[in-house]
Design a protein around this ligand. Sequence first.
Ligand SMILES: [Cu+2]
Length: 428
Amino acid sequence: MVTRRDFLRSSSATLLGAAWVSKAGAATLPEAPVMDSAATQRPHLPPNGRPYNPVVTLNGWTLPWRMKNGWKEFHLIAEPVKREIAPGMVANLWGYNGQSPGPTLECVEGDKVRIFVSNRLPEHTTVHWHGVLVPNGMDGVGGLNQPQIDPSKTFVYEFEMKKSGTFMYHPHADEMLQMAMGMMGFIVVHPKNPGFMPVDRDFVFLINAYDIDPGSYTPKVNTMLDFNLWTWNSRAFPGIDPLVARLGDRVRIRMGNLTMTNHPIHLHGVDFEVTCTDGGWVPKSARWPEVTTDIAVGQMRAIEFVADAPGDWAFHCHKAHHTMNAMGHNVPTMIGVDQRKIVKKINQLVPEYMTMGEKGMADMGAMEMPIPENTLPMMTGRGPYGAIEMGGMFTTVKVRKDLARDDYKDPGWYRQPKGSAAYEWNES
Ligand SMILES: [Cu+2]
């Protein structure tokens, strides 16, 4: 939930940097709400300004703003945060306003926005507004478009949202480290005309990745490709909330990739179309049906579909290593290897040692293996039929009839109609 616990501290800290605050904003900084939970928050209905249908940020939230003389004012605080990646694991990350990713910024095409960025990190930072068309001096590349924002300073970004769409924000300062630490967030600019491409449910999340050794808390920031925690909005399965939809709803899911590799995102149970990229909306005549869309590094893709099939539908990255958590990547292949003799020998030294992987690795999804503290099992999660054997970038889209329009609560497991599930064949 949003708290004010840090507000006084933040305003005194940020006023130290007031030399850089423009005259319009210098008198009072907008409040900087803080989130202390990793749970999906309810959509933030706009209390003022132009009307729109708000998005739902998966395991995240939307940053409240204040209106001042026709400007929509937001206050982002760049700071170290603790983020629960999934129950049983917390990471020391950097983020904004209490969480990583930072809060989603929502506004409307034509809005004039003023974004205060206060730096509480131990090093300088900036914010780049990926995909938003801004004046050159507002583009946020440290050293190129502006001086760096030093620790304890506040900078102000001011621009008009010229087009609707889906964009991202992230530092353009010590970028490899700051993004490896979790500094990123989403920007949704709603169309001025609320009748333009309306949907019933509109979800957003960032695709990100970390390299956190089993038993440790802080990402290794120099990793180039070999990440071991594949996350959506800095959450790994089974920590990612389900995306809940009402039967018949038109659903949009906006996904931005800020990892170092591509992710073919696959949804079961429906056909979808890509309807928006970071560059803008895709006209109907240019779309084609898909069940998987590859999202390259630095890209955003919004998909849309009609939730016309009730059930619990898997929704995941199709790279099988990206639906695993840490622990599994350096395990030797043991399929077909008779481990009995070696296990006997090891058991004399380590009595609780278990053999693993002789017939495959599925045992690991079902067993409670002893693992280091603050570490997620490689594959985990339980469903109505037993172990789901997934991790990382996996969750479900849960489609139900008779949900209220604004009900996003997990409805539990789907009850399949009798006789509609795969069954064991018995010869008799
Ligand atoms: Cu992936």
